[in-house]
Design a protein around this ligand. Structure first.
Ligand code: PHE
Length: 454
């Protein structure tokens, strides 16, 4: 008998996949990456990467999970005995990410509370570094735990592990069905308010004005592929795990398109929101938009608080909604990364979900404490750098080269996907996996090693 957990509904699966994809990467990474890489012209490499790597790999991962019905290591093992390691490698990357991704969500929880009183004051950078993180730069003196981070971090893990305890259908699916619609509504409110701000137009103009000269540079294409990989959560073992819970009769190809386009639509919306707000800030301070552009931690925890200070009315509420959207987007992604290794443990060691959550999730939670210390930001930067450079794209490359070139599985995967899906896969899919993606990713890795080693 098949005892593997299953999603209750198709919509539940799609929400969970979209929930994994939409995360901090959409909100704070995409706008800055697009701006720096040609603005409106970035849409060309971006769409190319979405259609030749993002959606094709998503279809491939959905098929692997659906066909082999296992977490990533088990699915890879069933594909070929020798390839189980690829699954574990991806699982390890996911595990490491979860240890610091959780910490950023914890910051966002604290900041959503700070919003009400604008507790960060006028020096938002000083507040982040000194008052909030109580930072020391020397990793040798990581120092003690910072309570402002520790308490919300404990909350994050209790929520995520609590949801995972409840299982796929009653936990992950239910949570995503609540969190994702809530996130979309909150985000629409933010964007509508943002585009009606003074100066929003200047921001949007800066964001969308195309710099076509950039699209001839290899770097821009690398950035587009990198963004698509991170943003769609592919090559992290996640999508294989989630699709292993699909009932036998489930569409694959159509679901992958919905997930891919859903994620990109949210990303575009975030770009519009963020740049409208940056335009407002630039207009207030009488500078060009290019002087206030930023991404990552700086955007969310330094620039945004400063903007919220200047906000015309209801600034506490706007701040709260912004940080709440980071929390919701982050939690649904963290659930998916954590489920990846929990499923890996359950399949490998035949232990119960409860034990796997306690052991796997518990270990990640304990390691995450390292990032809640005074030297935490230093460790966080180092981990994030290492993962982005050597984790994601490299696993992706190994994955496609293995499947397309070494095992020559593309045909079989297509046959399986076509059998269950409404849409049949065309030549573009085969060409993408067999030729375009391995070559582009290979070039990306080559470029990376060249930059790091020379
Ligand atoms: N896709 C998520 C985002 O855009 C990030 C993520 C990466 C989530 C890897 C899970 C795993 O932020």
């Amino acid at each position: 008998m098949d005892t593997r957990s299953q999603w209750g509904t198709r919509a539940g699966f799609i929400m969970a996949a979209v929930g994994s994809a939409i995360g901090l990467g959409n909100i704070w990474r995409f706008p800055a990456v697009a701006y720096e890489n040609g603005g409106g012209a970035f849409i060309i490499p971006y769409l190319f990467a979405l259609l030749t790597a993002g959606i094709p790999i998503l279809i491939m991962e959905f098929t692997l999970g659906h066909k082999y019905r296992g977490s990533a290591p088990l699915s890879y093992k069933r594909l070929n005995k020798k390839t189980e390691f690829v699954g574990w490698w991806a699982v390890l990357v996911a595990f490491v990410i979860s240890t610091y991704y959780s910490v950023i969500i914890a910051w966002a929880i604290s900041y959503s509370v700070f919003s009400f009183n604008l507790s960060w004051g006028s020096d938002t950078e000083g507040f982040l570094m000194n008052d909030f993180l109580n930072r020391t730069v020397d990793p040798g003196q990581a120092g003690s735990l910072v309570p402002g981070v520790l308490i919300p971090l404990i909350i994050v893990w209790i929520v995520v592990l609590g949801i995972l305890f409840k299982g796929v259908k009653r936990g992950i699916e239910v949570a995503n069905r609540i969190f994702i619609p809530a996130l979309v509504i909150i985000f629409l409110i933010i964007v509508i308010r943002a585009v009606t701000l003074d100066g929003a137009l200047a921001g949007l103009e800066a964001f969308f004005s195309p710099d076509f000269s950039k699209i001839w540079s290899g770097e821009v294409w690398v950035a587009a592929y990198g963004q698509i990989f991170f943003s769609l959560s592919i090559a992290f073992a996640i999508m294989i795990t989630y699709s292993s819970y699909l009932p036998k009769k489930s569409d694959i190809t159509n679901n992958a398109f919905i997930t891919g386009f859903g994620n990109s639509s949210f990303e575009l919306l975030a770009g519009i929101g963020v740049f409208s707000v940056l335009g407002f800030m630039a207009t207030q301070s009488g500078v060009g938009v290019d002087e206030v552009v930023s991404g990552g931690v700086g955007l969310a925890f330094v620039v945004f608080p400063a903007i919220i200070n200047e906000f015309p009315g209801l600034n506490g509420l706007f701040g709260f909604l912004f940080f709440a959207s980071l929390v919701l987007a982050g939690l649904t992604s963290l659930m998916s990364i954590t489920e990846t290794y929990i499923a890996g443990l359950v399949d490998k060691f035949k232990i119960s979900r409860t034990k796997a959550v306690l052991f796997g999730g518990g270990t990640a939670a304990i390691i995450s404490l390292l990032f809640a210390t005074q030297g935490g930001l230093y460790f966080l930067d180092a981990a994030d750098y290492f993962i982005n450079q050597f984790g994601v794209a490299l696993v992706g490359l190994v994955e496609v080269v293995l499947i397309a070139w070494i095992l020559r599985e593309v045909k079989n995967i297509k046959a399986h996907a076509d059998e269950v899906s409404d849409i049949r896969l065309g030549w573009w899919w085969t060409l993408s996996l067999n030729v375009i993606t391995p070559i582009v990713l290979g070039y990306m890795m080559f470029d990376l090693f060249r930059q790091n080693l020379m």
